[in-house]
Design a protein around this ligand. Structure first.
Ligand code: ADP
Ligand code: MG
Length: 409
């Protein structure tokens, strides 16, 4: 038997649910081979759950609408999955900043290991999204996602010895089931439940997502990467169910803000069959995050419109619409991006970006040998807590462009 591989989850304190008597068949330090299949025997859709479902579904509906109103979906797909990647990785103590991630999207070579790992999460999310068009979410999708996150081919565990331990005391908190056949059997049940088979269609998709996320984590099919893979699957599930057009809900933000609850409530399902608090926790997360994202998208739209207007006014010779669309696809832009998009040749592209920098829309920044142009207000919206952005500089006739040029000489 391989030695116990324990993972440092930050669970050093006792759960709020207290050390109640254990369900028959479960002990923290023994493989939980009797993990029940879904659906559980307790009622999932209690009255409070159904109430919460209504408001969470409404918040998701608003987000879907806000996303549809953006003329260029590249803004969403380039930026929001990256914020999710940063947050989900941070839960696992892989710490980088959204700013650094956006920067490294334009050239991964300079990325530190944590940034590379978070970029792999984003890649896994986008590849999983592309995969949805080929087949429904299934065990093979989970294997693909985990392999991408961990950067080597991974299959469902064959070996024993995986356990979750407290970061502080090292005490084992949960030991998942073992045996490849058992794990694959449980995963087959998880797949059917996700897709509403075996009578599971009676449950709201959000309730299915919450229950299935617990179950996936309890099965813990891989030796590592289960938390991140499970959270990618949540994002993809919402798309698969048609609740969102793109994987843009960053539920991991909410998990970071309520990390103790996330761990406590997962454990309480195992120990006390406390399903209701878990489902409510997840529904609240969907609702809060959906509202947060809708507000961000609205702010980005307002900024894009204000930028088009400002650029038109200050640099009327520049064909601004295409250019502004491009500098909103991600906060960092290279000259090469304009060339690749067919907007201009290298020299003209460089001139355009410098003109935007001169009027205070972009900021020029050297990163290694590369020149990057930062859409400062977009970056501020994406990485900051508020949805307001700095006003554009007031430029007089002749503008700051002329003045800045004179000063440089
Ligand atoms: N009591 C628990 N039972 C089942 N899963 C849990 C429990 N507590 C935490 N988890 C899940 O385990 C994840 C950590 O597992 P791990 O395989 O190390 O994933 P990663 O490498 O992505 O962190 C957490 O993010 C969480 O999703
Ligand atoms: Mg881990």
């Amino acid at each position: 038997m391989s030695p116990p591989a324990t993972y440092s989850c930050d669970m050093s304190q006792k759960s709020d649910y207290g050390d109640t008597s254990h369900r028959s068949g479960w002990r923290a330090d023994r493989a939980y081979n009797s993990l029940p299949p879904l659906p559980p025997r307790v009622e999932l859709e209690t009255k409070p759950v159904l109430k919460r479902c209504v408001t969470a579904r409404a918040a998701l509906g608003e987000l879907k609408q806000a996303a549809a109103q953006l003329p260029n979906p590249a803004i969403l797909i380039n930026t929001l999955p990256l914020l999710e990647a940063q947050a989900s990785s941070e839960i696992e103590h892989i710490v980088t900043t959204a700013d650094r991630l956006f920067q490294c999207l334009q050239g991964e070579a300079s990325a530190d290991p944590a940034t590379k790992e978070a970029l792999r999460y984003r890649h896994a999310l986008l590849e999983g999204f592309a995969n949805l068009f080929k087949r429904p979410l299934c065990t093979a999708t989970a294997e693909l996602i985990c392999s991408r996150i961990k950067d080597h081919p991974l299959r469902v565990r064959k070996t024993s010895g995986t356990a979750l331990a407290s970061a502080g005391s090292g005490e084992v908190i949960y030991t998942p089931p073992e045996g490849e056949d058992r794990l694959r059997g449980l995963l087959a049940n998880w797949e059917r439940f996700l897709h509403g088979e075996d009578d599971a269609d009676q449950f709201d998709p959000l309730v299915r997502m919450a229950a299935a996320h617990y179950q996936f984590e309890a099965i813990h099919p891989f030796t590592d990467g289960n938390g991140r893979t499970g959270r990618v699957l949540n994002s993809l599930f919402l798309v698969e169910q048609g609740l969102l057009p793109l994987p843009i809900l960053s539920l991991s933000r909410y998990v970071i803000d309520h990390k103790r609850d996330y761990y406590d409530r997962l454990l309480a399902v195992t120990r006390d069959e406390a399903w209701e608090p878990w489902i409510l926790f997840m529904l609240q997360g969907v609702e809060e995050t959906a509202s947060w994202t809708t507000a961000k998208i609205t702010a980005i739209r307002t900024l894009a419109a204000a930028t088009v207007e400002y650029v038109r006014e200050k640099t009327p010779k520049l064909s601004s619409r295409e250019l502004v669309d491009l500098i909103f696809e991600q906060p960092y832009c290279r000259i090469g991006n304009l060339v690749e998009a067919g907007i201009a040749g290298r020299q003209a592209a460089s001139r355009h970006l410098k003109a935007l920098a001169a009027i205070g829309v972009l900021r020029e920044q050297a990163v290694g040998r590369e020149k990057l142009f930062v859409n400062v207000r977009l970056l501020q919206l994406l990485t900051g807590a508020t949805n307001t952005f700095a006003p554009f500089p007031k430029l007089g006739a002749g503008g700051a462009v002329g003045r800045q040029r004179r000063r440089r000489r």
